[in-house]
Design a protein around this ligand. Structure first.
Ligand code: SF4
Length: 489
């Protein structure tokens, strides 16, 4: 079995992770990484143009062919080779971009993130080691990542879009060699390594084997504690043997909200409601009341002038509203069809028509809506005053749940709307996101919107309808939560 750069970095994090991904990949928790891969691929392809003309080694015919093709190309200097591939004993690596100079090579590893992680140094160190062992002088090893301060104006400037950081000085060839030898043994052994849980289970990425590795712990356990209890704290408790809720409550100091979460489970407590605090929030609302929710997508490579990499681009909103006490629940909505332009312009224009100045607006986790409104106010000065006015008047319906003024066991230490809604209205099919067609959550909404221009007219209409239904449920859910808060206060 070959060690590759991704297997090497897995092994650096945790030997068990490397072994499981090699021998028991089926026990990994399924996660939809399609969007992440797609972004990575797009950014990788974009970076290929950084040093002018290049030759691309095709992945289609497998490792051996890639190595042979690279050998031929390496005879030509100077040149730039993308996916240049090398093998040293049972070690294989493809270099994203290789500059083949007459007296050595420069290697560039492209990342789609906007900052450096130490695991990237391990990644490029492994590649540099394979190349050195293959007889090349590695003159330079660099990480290429996305500059999140870049603002697109006109044609995309890849030299400004990317940051190139020289990390040659961080490479320790002896250390890599020792690790490679250790990890080679791991991927050849039949027995599963016995690594215990550690910070590596969550950093730098959530390990897909976490469920598997915690399968024999009591349920619920220390890792089920919510309320922002840091993972490092949970790992610390775990290593001290304080794993079950009984252990934690007896022997640990956890914050008040976590303590309450545990007590609710152990003592089977009924719902907790602080009517006074909730009343205070309810009293701050005034008619007409608007319930607002945006949908957005993140563009890793900005398409719209004035936007940055990974900026949230709002393309849709739903707005329920009630004009007076006991009034009818009314609804307005917006879904852009300006697929080639800036969907935020039409959205802001209609939003300013739909919500009068100085209105009482509610959102659930208002930080998101307020940040988007401020960003859009900078982008469109003609709507700035109105957008900022909306932002200033937003009241957050999540507060009573985040502060545990309203808590039921089923919330399990969390206050997101997707947890709170079924906890307040169990078994209500009209509030069940599973009953929607095509779009059930935020990332599906983003992907759906981005796919619209490529669909037939009929498919587009159906998907637009389902996008509208999804967003409508988000704000209808807010209305129902508001009703429940009103009732209990
Ligand atoms: S969950 Fe943790 S211990 Fe298990 S394989 Fe992943 S990193 Fe290793």
């Amino acid at each position: 079995m070959f060690l590759t750069k991704s297997k090497y970095t897995q092994g650096v994090c945790c030997e068990k992770k490397l072994w499981l991904s090699s021998y028991q990949p089926e026990v990994a928790q399924e996660a939809n990484h399609d969007a992440v891969f797609e972004t990575g691929n797009k950014i990788g392809e974009l970076a290929r143009g950084l040093f002018g003309e290049y030759v691309l080694i095709s992945k289609e015919k497998g490792y051996q062919n890639m190595v042979e093709e690279t050998k031929k190309e390496m005879n030509r200097t100077p040149s730039v080779i993308c996916e240049a591939s090398f093998q040293y004993e049972n070690n294989f690596c493809s270099v994203d971009i290789l500059k083949n100079n007459p007296d050595g090579v420069e290697i560039y590893e492209v990342k789609s993130s906007t900052s450096l992680e130490s695991i990237y140094i391990d990644d490029i160190s492994y590649q540099a080691w394979v190349l050195q062992k293959s007889g090349f002088t590695v003159q330079k090893a660099c990480l290429v990542y996305v500059n999140n301060q870049y603002v697109k104006e006109g044609d995309l400037d890849i030299h400004k879009f990317f940051v190139i950081e020289d990390v040659t000085h961080s490479i320790n060839f002896e250390e890599v060699e020792k690790r490679v030898n250790d990890l080679q043994k791991v991927i050849q052994q039949e027995k599963e390594p016995s690594n215990d849980l550690s910070l590596s289970c969550k950093k730098p990425y959530d390990c897909p084997f976490f469920e598997y590795c915690t399968r024999s712990l009591p349920k619920p356990n220390v890792f089920d504690i919510g309320w922002s209890t840091r993972f490092s704290k949970k790992i610390d408790m775990y290593h001290r043997g304080h794993i079950s809720y009984e252990d934690v409550i007896e022997k640990e100091v956890v914050n008040d909200k976590a303590t309450e979460q545990i007590r609710f489970v152990l003592e089977e407590k009924p719902p907790k409601i602080n009517p006074e605090e909730i009343k205070e929030l309810m009293d701050s609302l005034y008619y007409p009341i608007y319930f607002l929710d945006f949908e957005s997508y993140q563009d890793a490579i900005p398409r719209i002038d004035g936007t940055k990499p990974y900026q949230q681009i709002c393309f849709q909103y739903s707005l329920h509203y009630i004009l007076e006490e006991n009034g009818e629940i009314l609804h307005k909505e917006f879904l852009s069809d300006d697929y080639d332009g800036n969907p935020m312009y039409g959205l802001c224009k209609q939003l300013c028509e739909d919500i009068p100045m100085d209105s009482c607006v509610t959102a659930y986790n208002k930080a998101f809506e307020c940040t988007r409104l401020k960003e859009m106010s900078r982008m469109f000065p003609e709507f700035a005053e109105h957008l900022l006015n909306i932002s200033e008047h937003i009241i957050d319906l999540e507060v009573p749940f985040a502060k545990q003024d309203y808590y039921v066991r089923e919330m399990a230490g969390r206050s997101s709307i997707k947890v709170v809604l079924p906890a307040l209205y169990p078994n209500d099919p009209t509030l069940d996101y599973h009953n929607l067609e095509q779009v059930h959550k935020g990332d599906e909404a983003s992907n759906a919107y981005l796919s619209l221009p490529n669909l037939s007219k009929e498919e587009e209409e159906t998907l637009r309808y389902n996008l509208l239904k999804y967003c409508e449920l988000d704000t209808y859910a807010m209305v129902k939560i508001w009703e429940k808060l009103k009732e209990v206060s």
